[in-house]
Design a protein around this ligand. Structure first.
Ligand SMILES: C[S@@+](CC[C@H](N)C(=O)[O-])C[C@H]1O[C@@H](n2cnc3c(N)ncnc32)[C@H](O)[C@@H]1O
Length: 300
């Protein structure tokens, strides 16, 4: 896909120390426009190192040439994926932020079961794990559901994981986790994973995989699916400025059913931006019920 004029032999510039201030500013603008992520001016070394890897891989001779190359590519070109893979942080593991999953297991699921039993809601649970990286978060949700929801087969369960990174989603589809990703998984949940013999590798069993599906999605754009009972949006808005946080939260809001919940990361700084939601925990917010709660129930 690379235009020939850009394909000079990977030359001296791949060894050059750093992007200049103006190159950094141009890349930062492009990354921001595409993803909402704010690249700080202090990240010169980091950005340079990541870009150098792309220059080596593509054989493109310099930071400016690579910038022009990206600018000309369609947003779904594989090189954009590779670039985004370099500049985004994918840190994740199962049961990350345990206190939130304790709430999910001990409060959310029992309340849901009780409400369904009393006829207050259908046996339907839709959850969106937005910016799910390699899928550890949606599999955590599926694991809690498999362990905590009686009569599982009578429920319509959907756990949708989305991310902007195609590479991360490929890994998510494989449902394979290393020992580090598994370190917070309780022994009683190990039965939902197969452990490769003599290897510290685990794979989610079909009971979890059946609940989970993945799809590429940029949070800066609206999602077509929903509405969801719970949207989990953790450890991503921390990289966004207020303007792009607002845009994401607006997109997310319409995908949470009235009375549904938003789970954020403790450091994501969303509390001031969802003031009309009811704050249940510092990281948990309930979207207001529709003025006529009965009609909302019918809607679900
Ligand atoms: C640090 S991981 C968080 C993973 C998981 N939510 C957790 O808390 O463990 C951040 C993820 O956000 C994704 N991301 C960054 N910008 C995005 C955007 N504009 N739309 C969708 N995903 C995005 C990255 O690709 C990365 O996988």
């Amino acid at each position: 896909m690379s235009p020939p004029e850009l394909l000079k032999p990977a030359s001296f510039e791949t060894n050059l120390v750093q992007v200049t201030d103006s190159q950094l500013a141009r890349y930062a603008r492009m990354i921001y426009d595409r993803t909402g992520i704010r690249v700080s001016p202090h990240k010169k070394t980091l950005l340079s190192n990541r870009l150098r890897r792309r220059l080596r891989e593509t054989g493109i001779a310099g930071f400016d040439a690579y910038y022009e190359h990206l600018r000309r590519l369609r947003p779904n070109d594989p090189e954009w994926d590779a670039f985004l893979q370099e500049i985004t942080t994918h840190e994740t593991y199962l049961f990350r932020d345990e206190v939130q999953w304790d709430w999910f297991r001990q409060r959310f699921l029992p309340d849901l079961v009780e409400s369904a039993r009393s006829g207050g809601r259908p046996r339907r649970l839709w959850i969106w794990s937005a910016a799910c990286s390699t899928g550890d978060e949606p599999y955590t949700i599926a694991c809690c559901i498999a362990a905590g929801l009686p009569d599982l087969s009578t429920w319509e369960i959907r756990v949708l994981g989305t991310d902007i990174g195609a590479g991360a989603l490929e890994k998510a589809e494989e449902a394979v986790f290393c020992q580090r990703a598994m370190h917070l998984v309780r022994p009683e949940h190990h039965r939902f994973f197969t452990k490769a013999r003599d290897a510290h590798i685990w794979q989610a069993k079909p009971i979890l995989r059946k609940m989970v599906s993945f799809r590429r999605h940029n949070l800066m754009e609206p999602l077509a699916e929903g509405p969801f009972d719970l949207v989990v949006l953790k450890n991503v808005l921390i990289y966004f400025d207020v303007t792009s946080k607002k845009r994401v939260l607006e997109n997310v809001r319409s995908r949470i059913r009235a009375g549904g919940l938003l789970m954020a990361g403790a450091a994501d700084g969303v509390a001031d931006l969802v003031r009309d939601y009811q704050r249940i925990q510092p990281w948990l917010f309930q979207r207001p019920l529709a003025p006529n709660a009965r009609s909302d129930r019918r809607e679900r």
